[in-house]
Design a protein around this ligand. Structure first.
Ligand code: HT7
Ligand code: ZN
Length: 872
């Protein structure tokens, strides 16, 4: 496929100031009349043909300023419309197209989800509705008339504010929506269907009265209340934290069941995957509630970071996505526990982004080239993009950061901006030169920072030597290191170092040394507090030193990190093919268990959410990432099982007591708040270790919890724990769960996912059976992600089977899916991203299978791009 390059960016030849759309919805023959007010772009190349993008559209009619065009004046294909000699003045183009929403299985453009008409236009779906300059730097004011059969689609929603509605004859009706804010086509949306809503009003800080609603399939309204509340919390927070008010009279959220990603920030009409809207205690876990709140916020925050200020081109995707992830993280931290939330963010970053950055799909946060933009909605653009914004805020400090954000919005409102525009606002407000910092956007890979500490007792001096590696010719990056010193009984606050300001040292050279004076005892350095930069840190600390941090650091993130690092060492040392199970973790594991025991005794009940994180071992994927090469997933699995068992035995009594202490009194009403969720998390983390040590007791406890649970978090956690214990109780529990939730597709997704993750040879056959389940469907992305995605992501021993059968399962799914939904097929295929790091037998199997995929004729651009890069 042709490569699109950042350096080739040129302004559009034409602009489109106004768009009037008349959309007549029908299941197979939807007709769209687009009236476009065009003009030559003063910044564009003059006198060139007008080339409008198209994708799978049929042209029915075309006129220019009311005159039909002669056939030799234009060329139309399903993928584009060219006017050979457009006027050198403003003109109006009227284009009539036809599309088939029912046949649209790609879920891009206009499609039907469970009978509901909806759209998805980012990144390039608008061209599947009408011919257009489908690029984010062409901003237009839209008026949309939507017409449909009243019975099939009593609700008709568009961008902006509703301005008219009425009968259209023959059982049809219409609604007209006007959006006064110029926007790129990727933010266009419409919805038509049978939907019910929960609604309320919100008064902005500017005094605007906004009608807020969440639309769902009829009968689901009670499950939409939490999402509606999250909208209100987001609106208020963006005013308080960033001074951003909502700017329309209406804000609508619509939940649909067939959706390629999580949600979409269309102006005034956010469309959501129903998984991120619908919640009730019976069907949603605490994690679901947290995700809903975060994603509702994320899409809402895009109203400013993405919509009011949009991106000049898709290379700047991180400008809206990284910034908006940072904003939603800050929101969630304010709504919940900041430390607990930060640990969750970093776990996700390390599990998803670090491996991406270490493999063949690595790319800069601002890529320089792409073949298929839909393949660049990645952990790197989103999560590392957010880390860059976080580092920027650490570097310049809170007040200049807020001022920089205000300046960015003021200077770019209604414009399509670049990363340079963003950084410029902070450079002006902070007085800093951010040119070197900007390199974070340009270089792929996770930097490694090596640190060595030396204490001079006689001089009461402590020195730290930092060095960063330079990969592939990269210049030194600007790395904010939040740090402090910790002694045997607490933080050493009297120590000083001139290069450390407000607890932050900025490493901006290849290597640098710091000297702390007035250090009364040998300290343990607490480095990268709060994970102040997305780097790998290498420092030789003993377990005893790490335990000092766990006990005494003031930084909760580093306390957790200290425990994780000890566990990681235990797992990585034993998770190789050479290490045998007999080589039990031994005294080191025993010391770790004792430290955990002391920690739990002192703190578990004071902060159960944090305690649950400290108790949780690194996942098998984390251990594989740590080992880095010659990975043997079976050895890692054995090592982790063995440590779980060891901790379960060592902490057994205590864990049982904890469970009892954390049990809620009967009749306590369910609350999804962070404190309640934290108690459930710790109780379930305790059960996990108890079951690892004593499967018989674990089975009994898990069965009882499944039966007695009053919420999905506890029921599902117990089912997950039981799923790891082979036998009749597990099968009975799985069957009962499947029956109980037979009519709840989102709950069945959890059930698919648990079963796909069972680390046993028989799982492949189980998946084959589940594919035949009446609730499974290859056309619904949630179902595919639940069963096949979870298999690839959460079942390392089976996905990476020596016989290659796991790889084959994924490859066959990708191949089949590519014919209907290439975007989802390509995403699934990214699960091969770490294939070269597997031990040779598995790695060569994966290579063979990838080569087979590459040879399949007629691959989509999406899959062809991923397979080519994965093999490169
Ligand atoms: N901006 C959106 C990204 C997106 C998307 C969403 C749904 C379906 C296909 C999509 N392609 C790109 C979602 C977001 O990050 O907010
Ligand atoms: Zn986003």
């Amino acid at each position: 496929p042709p490569t699109i390059r950042l350096e080739d960016y040129r302004p559009s030849s034409h602009l489109i100031d106004r768009v009037e759309l008349d959309v007549r919805l029908a299941p197979h023959e939807t007709r769209i009349t687009a009236t476009l007010a065009l003009r030559p772009n003063p910044a564009g190349e003059p006198g060139v043909p007008l080339v409008l993008d198209g994708d799978d559209v049929i042209l029915l009619a075309l006129d220019l300023d009311g005159q039909a065009l002669p056939p030799d004046a234009y060329a139309a294909t399903p993928s584009g419309l060219t006017l050979h000699r457009p006027p050198a003045r403003p003109f109006t183009l009227r284009i009539e197209t036809q599309v088939d929403p029912t046949a649209n299985t790609k879920l891009m453009g206009l499609y039907r989800s469970n009978g509901v008409y909806c759209t998805q236009c980012e990144a390039d779906g608008f061209r599947r509705i009408t011919y257009f300059l489908d690029r984010p730097d062409v901003l237009s004011v839209y008026t949309t008339r939507i017409e449909a059969e009243r019975d099939a689609a009593p609700v008709l929603l568009g961008n902006g504010n509703p301005v008219a509605a009425g009968e259209a004859g023959e059982g049809r009706h219409y609604a007209v929506w006007h959006d006064p804010h110029p926007k790129p086509a990727y933010l266009f949306a419409l919805v038509g269907g049978r939907l019910d809503k929960v609604a309320t009003r919100f008064t902005t800080m500017e005094g605007r009265d906004v009608a807020v609603a969440v639309y769902v399939e009829p009968g689901q309204e009670p499950r939409a209340d939490y999402a509606l509340g999250a909208v209100l919390r987001s609106m208020r927070w963006d005013e308080e934290a960033f001074g951003r008010a909502y700017d329309l009279d209406v804000f609508n959220v619509v939940a649909v069941s067939d959706f390629n990603m999580g949600a979409m920030e269309n102006k005034g009409l956010n469309i959501f995957n129903d998984k991120y809207v619908l919640a009730s205690p019976e069907t949603a876990t605490d994690q679901d509630y947290a995700n809903i709140e975060a994603i509702i916020a994320h899409e809402y925050f895009h109203n400013w970071s993405g919509n009011r200020v949009t991106c000049r081109d898709w290379f700047q995707l991180c400008l809206k996505e990284g910034l908006t992830v940072f904003r939603d993280q800050e929101f969630s931290s304010d709504m919940r526990s900041r430390a607990v939330h930060r640990i969750g963010e970093v776990r996700t970053l390390r599990a998803r982004q670090f491996p991406e950055d270490a493999g063949p799909l690595a790319h800069p946060v601002r890529p320089r080239a792409y073949a298929e933009i839909n393949n660049f909605y990645t952990a790197t653009v989103y999560e590392k993009g957010a880390e860059i914004v976080r580092m920027l805020s650490t570097l310049v400090g809170p007040a200049p950061f807020r001022a920089g954000m205000d300046r960015y919005y003021a200077q770019n409102d209604g414009r399509a901006a670049t990363v340079e525009d963003f950084l410029d606002a902070f450079a002006v407000e902070s007085g800093r030169d951010l040119a070197a910092f900007a390199q974070w956007y340009e270089w792929p890979g996770t930097p490694r920072v090596e640190v060595e500490g030396r204490y001079d007792a006689a001089e009461r001096r402590y020195t730290l030597r930092f060095s960063q590696d330079l990969r592939g010719g990269a210049p030194p990056l600007v790395i904010p290191v939040a740090l402090g010193l910790v002694g045997a009984s607490g933080p050493i606050s009297e120590a000083t170092c001139p290069e450390v300001r407000d607890g932050v040292f900025v490493l901006d050279r290849t290597s640098a040394g710091l000297t702390f004076t007035n250090v009364p005892e040998a300290p343990v350095p607490s480095l990268f507090r709060g994970f102040s930069a997305p780097v790998r840190v290498e420092i030789a600390l003993s377990d005893a030193e790490r335990l000092t941090l766990l006990r005494h650091d003031t930084d909760a993130f580093n306390r957790w990190q200290a425990a994780q690092s000890i566990a990681m060492r235990l797992l990585a040392d034993r998770g190789t093919a050479r290490a045998r199970e007999a080589e039990d973790a031994g005294p080191a594991a025993q010391a770790y268990a004792e430290a955990l025991a002391a920690f739990l005794d002192a703190e578990a009940l004071a902060d159960p959410a944090f305690a649950a994180l400290v108790l949780g071992l690194p996942g098998e994927g984390d251990v594989a990432n740590e080992i880095g090469s010659d990975i043997d997933p079976d050895a890692i699995h054995r090592a982790r099982q063995s440590l779980r068992r060891h901790l379960g035995r060592a902490l057994g009594e205590r864990l049982s007591r904890l469970r009892a202490d954390l049990t809620e009194a009967p009749g306590t009403p369910f609350s999804p708040d962070a404190a309640s969720a934290g108690r459930r998390a710790l109780r379930n983390a305790a059960l996990d270790l108890i079951a690892a040590a004593d499967p018989v007791r674990g089975t009994a406890l898990a069965r009882a919890q499944i039966d007695e649970a009053t919420n999905m978090t506890d029921r599902l956690a117990a089912l997950g724990i039981l799923s790891l214990i082979p036998g009749e109780p597990r099968e009975a529990a799985l069957a009962a769960f499947g029956e109980r939730y037979a009519d709840e597709p989102l709950v069945l997704d959890k059930w698919f996912a648990i079963q796909a993750a069972i680390p046993e040879d028989a799982t492949l056959a189980r998946i084959a059976r589940l594919r035949q389940h009446r609730a499974f469907s290859m056309t619904n992305p949630n179902r595919v992600r639940a069963l096949i995605g979870s298999f690839a992501l959460a079942n390392p021993t089976q996905f990476n089977r020596l016989d290659g059968a796991g790889f084959t399962l994924l490859a066959e799914t990708v191949e089949a899916l590519d014919r209907t939904n290439p975007q989802i097929a390509a995403k699934l295929l990214t699960n091969f991203g770490s294939w070269r790091r597997l031990e040779p037998a598995r790695s060569s199997k994966a290579g063979e299978i990838l080569a087979r995929i590459k040879a399949v004729p007629g691959l989509s651009r999406d899959v062809a791009d991923i397979v080519a890069r994965t093999l490169s």
